[in-house]
Design a protein around this ligand. Structure first.
Ligand code: HPA
Length: 235
């Protein structure tokens, strides 16, 4: 059964889906990992690709940006395509001094300033947390543990409105990254009894812009994030 946002047939998606934000990145990841990848949907330019890695089935599909966009794709993958786990492979702004550009943050949990999770159980402030099984496999697979951080992030509704005083307090509270999707991914996985993990490359550091990295370093470290995400997807 197709949905308004996905024309794939049941069975077209693997049980594990890698989910970058950017549809072009989704295509590049599919081409890089799976010579046998085939496109299973392309509604609104959000391509879904399915193939195999080392004989195991894997799919890649983008989320777009923000909690509501990810929520549409993730909900439909869990509900209509029987997907069992989604691993976000995105970017995040670093807000702790040690979260340097090019480093990798695995989101242990995701605070949010969005109302998105308020409707799950009225009166309950839902805690959006990672799936332990995936988190353990991901952390164990890190090729360079010195650039890996496992920490809370915050999923915000605004990209452009980041009051510096808020960033400082969040960093003091142990939050290492700021992004816009993980709180929805983790809550939707919980709602459907499935697994989820966010493995993100730090694109820049909001408190120390001098932490920037060369394009080559970025690409190398993205490869490391991808390796970690694939290990979680196929564990
Ligand atoms: N804010 C929100 N999302 C992001 C950022 C940011 O600074 N960097 C990468 N994704």
């Amino acid at each position: 059964m197709a949905t308004p946002h996905n024309t794939a047939e049941p069975g077209d998606f693997a049980p594990a889906v890698l989910m970058p934000g950017d549809p072009q990145r989704a295509r590049r990841i599919a081409e890089l990992l799976m010579p046998d990848a085939r496109e299973v949907t392309s509604v609104r330019g959000i391509g879904g690709y399915t193939g195999t890695v080392g004989g195991k089935p894997l799919s890649v599909m983008a989320s777009g940006m923000g909690l509501p966009s990810l929520a549409i794709y993730a909900t439909e993958l869990f509900k209509f395509y029987d997907v069992q786990r989604i691993i976000r492979v995105g970017t995040t702004g670093g807000i702790a001094p040690e979260a340097k550009a090019g480093h990798v943050i695995i989101a242990l949990g995701a605070h949010t300033d969005s109302n998105f999770n308020d409707s799950i159980l009225p009166g309950v402030r839902f805690s959006a947390v990672a799936s332990w099984n995936l988190l353990k496999a991901a952390a164990d697979a890190a090729p360079d543990p010195s650039i890996l951080h496992v920490a809370p992030v915050i999923s915000r509704d605004h990209f452009y409105d980041n009051p510096p005083e808020q960033i400082e307090v969040l960093a003091r509270l142990g939050v290492m990254g700021i992004e816009m999707e993980t709180a929805a991914l983790y809550s939707i996985a919980a709602r459907y009894g499935r697994e989820a993990l966010s493995v993100m490359t730090v694109s820049d550091n909001l408190i120390d812009p001098s932490n920037d990295m060369s394009a080559e370093e970025r690409e190398r470290n993205f490869a490391s994030a991808l390796e970690i995400a694939v290990a979680a997807a196929l564990c």
